[in-house]
Design a protein around this ligand. Structure first.
Ligand code: ADP
Length: 334
């Protein structure tokens, strides 16, 4: 298995990112067999497609790398790097730009959503973003790509690009990357509104638990989380129509590595006055060591940068033969 996954270095990671994405990376890394490779990268090149503050991008890249390491990504086992330090990503993206069709990109729903009515005013990079994404995975001849629902269409596009490139140039260079949707990846909702995703862009800080929140803040946010007056049921199906209650049970289950049934077996008949303090204790126990490690890592940003540089060097070793083969296939190299 060759697993490749990226995340934009946006800063301020929250519990949703941790339970929905980062912990899946750590699980994949921990499940690696001797012949497997996990590549995790900070998608700083993708960040260029939206308005940006250069100093913030640089700081976010280091902070995000530190957060991933604090959450359990092990730079000795997984290959952790930032995309910009591996120029093969950009080079392959340009080659694949000759293969991808404008019509394919026009159909991308994320492009339509992000561009809205102002397509003409968007960066070219936002439009060709999925081509860079295809390069990100095809460069390592990835077999498995962990993706959320919103990225499935881009992975389909990567598969189409791989097929067309192989066919056009009569090579068998790129294998078809398979989506890897972890059964354990929960979707965490806002603490203020069970219908909205927990997100860093929510204006209310009380809606999310940030990985940098201290113990008291975590406990306070969970105590004040929106709920309803009913006690918890004994059957998960009975949580339908109670999105806030459902969300807190989901968070508890994910943190305790239990199923919803197991959580309800413990708390059925109890009200949130009892459930919330238990949830707060659990969240603090899980997040407090992560925060401590993160604080320590952020005390030595140069060291985090050095770890990223080592990761980039390892990634380049794997990327170079694929890029060379793609250049040969396209007639750019003899
Ligand atoms: P945000 O919504 O805070 O901007 P991103 O879009 O940057 O987060 O997502 C980064 C990663 O974290 C993605 O893999 C995404 O699927 C995951 N993620 C983000 N928010 C949540 C959430 N509320 N629940 C589960 N996973 C999430």
């Amino acid at each position: 298995m060759i697993v490749v996954s990226g995340i934009q270095p946006t800063g301020n990671l929250h519990l949703g990112n941790y339970l929905g994405a980062i912990r899946q990376w750590v699980a994949m890394q921990d499940a690696m067999q001797a012949d497997d490779t996990c590549l995790f990268f900070l998608a700083d090149l993708h960040a260029l497609t939206q308005p940006l503050v250069p100093a913030e991008l640089a700081a976010n890249t280091i902070e995000m790398a530190a957060t991933l390491i604090a959450c359990g990504v092990d730079p000795d086992r997984a290959i952790l790097f930032n995309q910009a330090r591996v120029p093969e990503h950009s080079e392959l993206a340009w080659l694949l730009g000759g293969t991808a069709r404008v019509g394919w990109l026009n159909r991308m729903t994320q492009w339509k959503d992000k561009a809205g009515k102002n397509r003409e005013g968007q960066s070219v990079g936002l439009f060709t973003y999925p081509v860079l994404q295809a390069a990100d995975v095809l460069l390592y001849r990835a077999t498995h790509v962990p993706v959320g629902d919103d990225q499935k269409q881009h992975l389909e596009l990567a598969r189409d690009i791989a097929t067309k490139f192989n066919t056009d140039f009569a090579v068998e260079l790129f294998p078809q990357p398979e989506p890897y949707i972890s059964p354990a990846a929960p979707r965490i909702m806002s603490l203020r509104d069970g219908a909205a995703k927990m997100s860093k862009s929510d204006p209310s800080d009380a809606s999310r638990i940030n990985l940098i929140d201290d113990d008291d803040t975590i406990a306070q946010k969970l105590r004040r989380a929106k709920t309803d007056p009913e006690p918890l049921p004994d059957d998960p199906a009975a949580l339908a129509g109670r999105p806030e209650a459902q969300n807190l049970v989901t968070i508890y289950a994910a943190l305790a590595r239990q199923t919803g049934e197991q959580v309800l077996a413990t708390f059925a008949g109890k009200g949130f006055g009892q459930f919330k303090p238990a949830l707060a204790d659990l969240a603090v126990a899980e997040l407090s060591p992560i925060r401590a490690r993160l604080t320590q890592l952020l005390g030595d940003r140069a060291e985090v940068g050095a770890l990223l540089a080592q990761g980039a060097a390892r990634a380049r070793t794997l990327a170079a033969p694929t890029l060379l083969a793609a250049q040969r296939a396209s007639g750019l190299q003899i």
